[in-house]
Design a protein around this ligand. Structure first.
Ligand SMILES: Nc1nc2c(ncn2[C@@H]2O[C@H](COP(=O)(O)OP(=O)(O)OP(=O)(O)O)[C@@H](O)[C@H]2O)c(=O)[nH]1
Length: 659
């Protein structure tokens, strides 16, 4: 494989070019460098766009198989490279002064990923290269930090001539970059058995440095690494875009706040990550350098705001952990200040304020997820897993930067992998939440059906019970409507109807029917002498005695009104009735006593006996009995008269024995 010829231009320090010119090489031939650069640009663009669209899993598998590009040079014989660092607190050293500084002022740079963090100093890095071999070598010094604001680079020959000079950095136009690359890479050619020195002057907009990982590789290694890196980033971004669209569509269709806030979080991640990783520099917007720097701060804040919105909804903190919810809302409020700082372009202070708030914010989120996980919340456990994976990947990434872990493909891309896995696990958590909701809905529905059935059964029981009670009430009402409340005997309401029925029954069956009408003698006196309540008591006593004497189920006992009682009997001979009445009369005279114990209350009776062939109405029969009663009263009371239809009444003695 042939390597491109690299230019060696003979600029002196006084002939510093404003850009990096391409001059004929030592043999007088024009090098292919500018064309190569365009070729690289096109290639990287194509690869980036294609990989964004492709999102193919096999690419990922392929990447897993590719070993990481090693730091330093490869091949034989070796290139000797020494790094030195010089701090310029006053920012007033010129390149001439820097070059003249004694060796003792330079500190060997042991860690090839120095991080000056918040500092207003200017820093100088000197790279001394020696080619021990005979062949010329084409190398690239890769400064994999897309956010470095200003970089001035001088490439000096062993004779002290300036061979190349670049002014670049993310606050300078992307076209000024030595290589079309999201970071900053400096092409360095060194002839055989010769030495070169590269000076890098590093400065910031307002005093914030990020880690500056330096690596020296051959051009081919650099090129391969960048291609793979772009494929990998394209895959990650593509996957996130797919996730974003998928969740956004679900969120819009279902109007679910969980999906919408998660989509917003993904969108903010993309908007933050593109400038943060240096890919935004590919999009040549007017004022792009300003936008890219502002976007890192603005979308960092937006990332946390949308993350909090998602966390609040997903973990249902309003209900599950109200005080952590308040904490996150407070963090959101505080973040508005760095958001404003980022918008007005105060870059360093933006992050000086944002970083502590963001750290507290993350602790609150982890606290909430841990707390709910310990309470058995399944969604919180998946959420916690997602964040744990991201944090582990961040540790792996920074451990590599600090040389605590070896530089492998995995550790170099740990942050990307972690972010992607975190988002996938969060998407899984959302899917799981839907499953849980469905299960919950099914359980709710089942329990609702069960409860409905129970309620129906309960209602049916109540209806049955109330129906029974209603029937009982109706029965009692019906009973009460035909019962005399004082004596408990049947009242006059159904008397005539029942007597009529009995007469018809006697007609049909050939049985005699008898109606006895009893009346207490001189009852008025009882009331007058002892009072109405005592009169009531006497009426009850009479009713009790009547019940005792007439116990057959077919006997119908009535209180016809006042002190008058009626007894309807069937199939009973007159002699038997006479004996019964005689017994009743004796019992009455013995039992009916006044309050002072005096005896002598008597009753008179009239008995109408109706043979079965008689067609008399109930009224006629009652008139007959009443007539007989009247005759008893006229006869002096305390006696009984029997009467048959169409005949005169008979005394007890006149009643024939076989009648
Ligand atoms: N304590 C009480 N008295 C009643 C009730 N119904 C009617 N009486 C009374 O019964 C008495 C009936 O009086 P009368 O019709 O003159 O009959 P009597 O006094 O029994 O006289 P003779 O029937 O002719 O023997 C009246 O004083 C009525 O007020 C009742 O439910 N309770």
């Amino acid at each position: 494989m042939s390597s491109p010829n690299w230019p060696i231009s003979g600029y002196t320090l006084d002939q510093r070019p404003s850009a990096h010119p391409r001059q004929p090489d030592l043999t007088g031939n024009l090098p292919p460098w500018p064309g190569l650069r365009e070729h690289q640009t096109n290639l990287i663009h194509k690869v980036f766009i294609m990989s964004l669209l492709s999102k193919l899993i096999p690419v990922c598998i392929l990447l897993l198989l590719v070993p990481a590009a090693s730091h330093g040079t490869s091949g034989n014989p070796p290139i000797e490279a020494s790094y030195y660092l010089l701090e310029d607190p006053g920012q007033d050293l010129t390149i001439q002064q820097v070059r003249q500084r004694p060796v003792a002022d330079w500190q060997p740079l042991v860690n090839l990923a120095p991080n000056f963090s918040f500092s207003n100093s200017r820093y100088w890095i000197k790279l001394e290269l020696t080619n021990k071999g005979e062949e010329p070598r084409q190398l690239v010094l890769d400064l994999e930090q897309p956010l470095q604001d200003y970089i001035d680079a001088w490439y000096i020959s062993s004779a002290g001539d300036v061979l190349d000079y670049w002014q670049t950095g993310d606050r300078r136009p992307a076209e000024a970059r030595p290589l079309a690359y999201r970071g900053f890479a400096f092409p360095l050619q060194i002839p055989g058995h010769d030495a070169r020195t590269l000076y890098l002057g590093l400065d910031t907009h307002d005093g914030l440095y990020d880690s500056l990982p330096l690596s020296l590789t051959s051009y081919l290694e650099f090129h391969n690494k960048r291609q793979i890196e772009n494929l990998w980033f394209g895959f990650c971004y593509g996957a996130i875009v797919v996730l974003l669209l998928y969740n956004l569509i679900i969120g819009l269709v279902t109007r679910s706040g969980n999906f919408l806030s998660y989509s917003l979080y993904l969108a903010m991640f993309l908007l933050w990550n593109l400038p943060f990783r240096g890919y935004a520099s590919y999009f040549s917007l007017p004022g792009g350098t300003w936008w890219n720097n502002a976007a890192v701060g603005v979308f960092s804040v937006c990332l946390f705001l949308t993350l909090n919105a998602f966390t609040l909804r997903f973990l249902q903190l309003t209900h599950n952990a109200p005080w952590l919810r308040k904490g996150l809302l407070l963090a959101c409020g505080l973040m508005l200040y760095p958001l404003w700082l980022a918008i007005i372009g105060v870059y360093s202070t933006t992050f000086a304020v944002l970083i502590p708030i963001a750290m507290i914010n993350m602790v609150l989120i982890l606290l909430a997820a841990t707390r709910l996980s310990l309470q058995g919340n399944r969604s919180a456990r998946i959420f916690l897993l997602a964040w744990t994976l991201l944090i582990l990947s961040a540790f792996a990434y920074y451990a590599r930067v600090l040389d605590l872990l070896p530089s492998t493909w995995l550790t170099e891309n740990a942050l990307n992998i972690g972010s992607l896995v975190e988002m996938l696990v969060l998407a899984l958590a959302l899917a799981d939440r839907i499953k849980q909701l469905e299960r919950q809905q099914l359980e709710d529905k089942t329990s609702l059906i069960r409860r409905e059935r129970e309620l129906k059964e309960e209602l049916q029981k109540q209806v049955d019970q109330q129906t029974r009670e209603l029937r009982e009430v109706n029965r009692r009402l019906a009973q009460d409507s035909v019962t005399d409340s004082l004596t408990g005997l049947l009242n006059r309401r159904t008397f005539l109807e029942s007597l009529g029925n009995q007469l018809k029954h006697g007609n049909r069956t050939g049985c005699k029917t008898a109606l006895i009408v009893l009346d207490i003698d001189h009852f008025k006196k009882v009331n007058d002498l002892y009072g109405h309540p005592e009169g009531d008591r006497v009426l009850q006593q009479v009713a009790t005695l009547i019940r005792k004497h007439w116990q057959r189920t077919t006997d119908q006992l009535y209180r016809l009104g006042g002190e008058e009682f009626g007894i309807v009997v069937s199939k009973t001979p007159a002699a038997y009735l006479r004996d019964k009445l005689s017994s009743l009369s004796s019992s009455l005279s013995e039992s009916l006593t006044g309050p002072a114990g005096e005896r002598g209350l008597t009753v008179s009776a009239g008995v109408a006996i109706i043979p079965p062939d008689e067609q008399l109405s109930a009224e006629q029969v009652y008139s007959l009995a009443d007539k007989a009663l009247y005759e008893s009263k006229v006869a002096g009371r305390n006696t009984c008269r029997f009467i048959l239809p169409g005949q005169d009444s008979l005394t007890e003695a006149e009643v024939p024995a076989d009648f």
